[in-house]
Write a protein that binds this ligand. Structure first.
Ligand code: PLP
Length: 384
């Protein structure tokens, strides 16, 4: 246990990160790419809960050209952890509320920053005027995501502003899919068409120095025509399709496994209630194991009376409500269970009843949200 670090750390709650699987997933995704296509590893949200320092530490030695983060705070954090020639793409667009200081930091560090509107580009020009700084910008084109992105009809003006400023450099042009992970890809094809129309009219395809990109994990796997110059993969790198697949387009292995020890065993007679709200009653003499993990660590209350954990080869169901720092599982049928035994709370197997897909189903959400909920204070352990 290290107490010199001011950050709170729980070394008894282990998130194992299997380096070889992460590397293999990246290689499998890269194998879908054409020669010369760049690979952008999306490591926002603490690398989807896997631990950004750990993930970046593994991927710095792999064929990763870009790391994408949500904001410049994450960018500043990972800059010293990656190779100098690896680039950082920041998704949150620079805007009128971004401070001059932060804009300077982006330019100095060579960050590639999204920009989504004309006002923002003019502001960036003003902020950097008279300096010798040069800021790399990626223009986000609205093709159907309905989030950020400039309307294609306005994008030429934005690009002109960038091209006519000696402090701004047009490094990329991109868009983002709203439905690439769905079975029905018709809207994704419409978005590709909108994007291609923009690329053709703007002449961007002829500019070799501008990186054109669009594909998230789902599009990288299913829409080769959406790859352009670079793919941006998040969820697939960590071993998941955005939803469980019957016929996976490429082999992916879950990179993470989450474990905690049993801290207490308790015999409960039949007919007693367990945990807050009395939502569970024992129907037999029950052996209950207490796991020191709760919704404050990222284990949703939605898992109450619904999820299970793996102990060795067996599965034990959650009894009663998940508490803030604890939950109980029924280990009556696992009589060998002892205090100190490691319990697998998140299994690294797509089909496991304690796997991410099952947990996401129970919580009525997507696997992304289960992964990113895992708190920073859990210890990430890189398994080589
Ligand atoms: C998060 C994000 C991605 C990665 O999406 P996945 O589905 O996890 O592959 C790609 N592009 C943008 C703009 C994103 O915000």
């Amino acid at each position: 246990m290290s107490l010199d670090d001011k950050r709170l750390f729980r070394s008894d709650l282990k998130v194992n990160i299997y380096a070889a699987r992460l590397i293999r997933n990246v290689a499998n995704l890269r194998s879908l790419c054409k020669n010369g296509e760049k690979f952008c590893a999306v490591v926002k949200a603490n690398a989807y809960g896997h631990g950004v320092a750990e993930v970046v530490g593994i991927l710095r030695d792999e064929p990763v050209d870009f790391f994408a983060v949500a904001n410049i705070f994450e960018a500043v954090y990972i800059r010293p952890l990656i190779r100098p020639e690896q680039k950082i793409l920041v998704f949150e667009p620079l805007n009128l509320a971004t401070s001059r200081e932060h804009i300077g930091i982006c330019a100095q560090n060579g960050f590639h920053c999204a920009v989504s509107c004309i006002d923002a580009a003019q502001y960036l020009c003003r902020c950097l005027a008279g300096t010798d700084k040069r800021l790399n910008l990626h223009v986000n084109i609205e093709t159907g995501m309905g989030r950020l992105g400039i309307e294609p009809a306005m994008a030429a003006t934005l690009i002109d502003i960038i091209d006519s400023s000696k402090n701004l450099n047009l490094s990329g042009v991109y868009t983002h899919f709203a439905t690439a992970d769905e079975d029905d890809l018709s809207f994704a094809y419409e978005q590709i068409e909108n994007f291609n129309r923009f690329l053709d009219t703007s002449g961007i395809k002829g500019r070799k120095d501008v990186i054109v990109h669009a594909a998230n994990s789902a599009a990288a796997m299913k829409l080769p025509e959406a790859h352009f110059d670079m793919v941006r993969c998040g969820i697939a790198m960590y071993g998941y399709y955005s939803r469980s697949q019957r016929k996976p387009p490429v082999e992916l292995s879950p990179v993470m496994e989450l474990e905690a020890p049993i801290v207490h065993l308790k015999r409960i007679p039949a007919g007693r209630s367990v945990s807050y709200g009395r939502s569970y009653f024992t129907t037999r003499d029950t052996l209950s194991a207490i796991i020191p993990f709760g919704y404050s660590d990222g284990y949703s209350r939605a898992f109450s009376n619904a999820a299970c954990v793996r102990i060795g080869e067996k599965f034990a169901p959650v009894m009663g409500r998940v508490c803030m720092d604890q939950f109980m599982v029924d280990v009556t049928d696992i009589p060998s269970a002892k205090v100190g035994d490691w319990v697998t709370i998140i299994d690294s197997d797509h089909k496991s009843p304690a796997g991410i897909y099952r947990l996401a189903d129970i919580a009525g959400t997507i696997c992304y949200e289960i992964l990113i909920s895992l708190h920073h204070h859990l210890m990430r352990v890189v398994v080589r």
